[in-house]
Design a protein around this ligand. Structure first.
Ligand code: ADP
Length: 482
């Protein structure tokens, strides 16, 4: 196989800048694809965290003015990543979150900040900025890079092929129609066949309409977003592009998440020897102030606390969890009404329900390495990462049957168990009653230690790494490259 050159364009990248799963994918894909003879270089904005991490940087292009900022395109290395960096201080030299100002609102010039990224990406990919650099395919991630396929399209033929990748359809990048000319888009692009979206300019819509291929982060989510309910305004468009739309699961970085070598855990363990896990469970109970024993399983949560994640349903289902003699250790932060709700039930049920409201990476590892089961009651979940961690760490995922949760957990129903299969518990539809049923079912399984150990071992044998996803992306890129 010959080496294939791909350009990725993303607004965040792990470990430099991260607000969500997009960063994990952008950071992990290049290394995963290297094993497939694909060289993927990522173009990212020059936020302060990126600029200060650059170990080497070479200026390859200097522009006096692009959408109101001067800037430079750099090629460099940071944190083991081969990067192109758009250094446009007027746009990116701002503290904190990449998208929002101090008040939590999106920056007023976000249209220009991210159109600049897409514009430079399109020109770089077309071979105009760096002599000899001509990637076969550009992969544009989420709405921030959504205009890239539009720029390639309206620049005329002969450009690179494009893939639009959706990590969460809820974020679409919708802006005023007045910006059409200022963003360098031709008047003719303002139609339903171009960038127009409900009277404005839709960045993600443009990418979904004009890219050669569309991917999203699980096969089930790829189907869900084609429905009126799951399409969030884009269902019809996505149905019309069903032939070029596919779902490829995210992988887990198995160097960060490895129970056999995890310095956040008091005791390491593996599939053959789960015994040491008990020590993590004891430590976790102590850290959370939970009683050292219980009549049911210890359930855990590691999540943003939002309506989308279904935690109002869990609040409602807690009486059933208590009835089963189980415990809950919740690590999360998010919407105030949910944080308040879990604080209240913890106060009411000392020793049985406990929470840590905040974001804590080391505690996330301890929860995964110590709980019996992990609850993920999401209403929507494009892929989901925590259930993959749970599988790898011998915590049984108890999940809503949606999106990537449906694709990664094998329900331990009676037939599955009879055949030695199953890695967790699924429930559908996503309702409090069904969640209650899943909690009861998990508790019953837990009371059968042999079955439970089998399910744990099955989960730990699941391949949740980047290997298979990388193969699928590689196949897609090679097909597109012809
Ligand atoms: P999303 O990207 O929608 O938040 P994912 O399941 O795809 O959900 O990814 C969430 C990631 O963030 C996981 O790696 C999880 O471990 C981590 N995480 C979420 N909440 C917390 C928290 N409170 N503390 C530590 N890690 C967290």
């Amino acid at each position: 196989m010959s080496l294939l050159e791909i350009l990725g364009v993303a607004s965040e990248i792990y470990p430099l800048v991260k607000t969500g799963g997009l960063a994990d994918v952008a950071g992990a894909l290049p290394a995963a694809l290297a094993a497939e003879d694909i060289r993927m270089r990522m173009l990212v904005p020059g936020y302060p965290a990126v600029m200060s991490a650059l170990e080497t940087a070479e200026e390859i292009y200097n522009f006096p003015l692009l959408f109101g900022s001067s800037g430079r395109l750099l090629a460099g290395r940071a944190a083991g990543l081969d990067l192109f960096v758009l250094d446009a201080p007027h746009f990116y030299a701002r503290p904190g979150n990449p998208y929002n100002g101090p008040g939590g609102e999106g920056w007023g010039d976000n249209a220009f900040r991210f159109a600049a990224l897409a514009r430079i990406g399109a020109s770089l990919g077309a071979g105009h900025l760096l002599p000899g650099y001509r990637p076969a395919v550009i992969q544009a991630h989420d709405w921030q890079a959504g205009l890239l396929p539009a720029y390639v399209h309206y620049d005329g033929g002969g450009g690179p092929r494009t893939v639009m990748t959706v990590h969460n359809l809820a974020f679409q990048g919708q802006f005023s129609p007045e910006l059409l000319a200022p963003l360098g888009l031709p008047a003719g692009s303002f139609t339903i066949h171009g960038v127009e979206y409900y009277g404005g300019i839709g960045f993600l819509k443009a990418g979904l309409k004009l890219a050669d291929r569309i991917t999203t982060v699980s096969p089930t989510y790829a189907l869900e977003i084609q429905t009126d309910e799951g399409g969030m305004g884009l269902g019809g468009l996505l149905r019309s592009r069903a032939g070029v739309l596919s779902g490829i699961l995210n992988g887990l970085d198995d160097t960060v998440w490895n129970p056999a070598k995890d310095h956040f855990l008091p005791a390491s363990f593996n599939r053959e020897d789960l015994g040491p896990r008990a020590k993590n469970k004891a430590e976790l109970r102590a850290r959370f102030g939970l009683a050292p024993e219980s009549q049911g399983p210890l359930f855990g949560v590691v999540s943003r606390l939002t309506w989308q994640k279904g935690f109002d349903l869990l609040l409602g289902a807690l009486p059933v969890l208590l009835e089963e003699g189980a415990q809950l250790a919740l690590l999360g932060s998010g919407e105030g009404w949910l944080e308040g709700g879990f604080r209240y039930v913890s106060d009411q049920n000392p020793g049985r329900i406990a929470n840590y409201i905040g974001y804590d990476e080391s505690l996330a590892h301890l929860v995964q390495g110590g709980v019996d089961a992990l609850l993920v009651p999401s209403r929507q979940e494009p892929c989901g990462l925590t259930q993959l961690c749970a599988l790898r760490y011998g915590a049984l995922p108890v999940v809503a049957r949606v999106g990537g949760l449906a694709d990664t957990v094998i329900d331990a129903n009676p037939m599955a168990i009879a055949q030695g299969l199953g890695t967790g518990v699924q429930f559908a539809p996503v309702s409090q009653a069904m969640l209650e049923g899943a909690i009861r079912r998990a508790s019953e399984l837990w009371r059968e230690p042999e079955v439970w150990r089998r399910l744990q071992a099955n989960g730990m044998a699941s391949d949740v790494s980047w290997r298979e996803p990388a193969r699928r992306y590689a196949r897609l890129f090679r097909e597109l490259a012809g």
